[in-house]
Design a binder for this molecule. Structure first.
Ligand code: DX5
Ligand code: ZN
Length: 215
């Protein structure tokens, strides 16, 4: 499977995110991961649709929007109008089936995610129609945390389930604490879309790091 690297702009310099997005594209990123936090679903507040809209002209890469918000259904239209390519909603914050219908209505790709303490089985019904599924490998809200090793079993279970239902190539994304050391285990377990914030932005050579993360 093609391994895709999705750097998170959460770890970028917020005073020049547009430039940072351009730098990620030049460095070989496949997607731009946008961590939207509302101060409710998770304690911090990052940015919303207006910011994502401002980033849109800075890259041709797909904008992969991870909505860590309560009532995501009230924000889908704004993100759709902002020009995002894929929206991920939390199983803990909404009815995934309803949100998928809404997202699809805007012609945008749809994805669902569970937190570390939520069973991976919660994503199984969504696997039939999702364009991607995401597993949190840290508690959502902050970059730079340590990878939770139990995520590896969840990735395996999810990949096996996708194979079982005839969707062996469904994109499985993993988010949080991924480094050039543990990425091999993440990929071996069955994930193929790798979010990396600190690892990419703290690297002295961003392009070389993205290449190394690809394995
Ligand atoms: C956490 C975010 C992640 C995080 C990844 O709430 O969803 O995308 O920023 O950052 P690192 O790679 O630093 O763990
Ligand atoms: Zn994220």
């Amino acid at each position: 499977m093609k391994i895709k690297i999705a750097p998170s702009i959460l770890a970028s310099d917020f005073s020049k995110v547009g430039e940072e997005v351009g730098r990620l594209e030049k460095s070989g990123a496949d997607l731009i991961h946008c961590d939207v936090m509302d101060g409710n679903f998770v304690p911090p507040i990052t940015f919303g649709a207006q910011m994502v809209k401002a980033l849109r002209p800075h890259t041709k890469l797909p904008l992969d929007c991870h909505l860590m918000v309560l009532h995501p259904e009230t924000h889908i239209e704004d993100f759709a109008k902002a020009g995002v390519d894929i929206i991920t909603v939390h199983a803990e914050a909404c009815n995934i089936a309803e949100l998928f219908k809404q997202i699809e209505g805007y012609g945008i790709k749809k994805s669902a995610v569970v937190n570390p303490e939520t069973d991976v089985e919660k994503l199984f019904p969504a696997a039939e129609t999702a364009d991607m599924l995401l597993l949190m490998s840290v508690h959502p809200g902050w970059g730079g945390q340590k990878f939770i090793p139990e995520t590896l079993q969840k990735i395996e279970k999810l990949r096996n389930y996708c194979v079982k239902i005839g969707r062996p190539d469904l994109d499985i994304e993993v988010d949080g604490g991924v480094t050039e050391t543990n990425v091999k285990d993440v990929i071996a377990a069955g994930a193929n879309v790798i979010v990396a914030g600190s690892t990419v932005f703290q690297a002295p050579d961003m392009a070389a790091m993205i290449k190394r993360l690809r394995g």
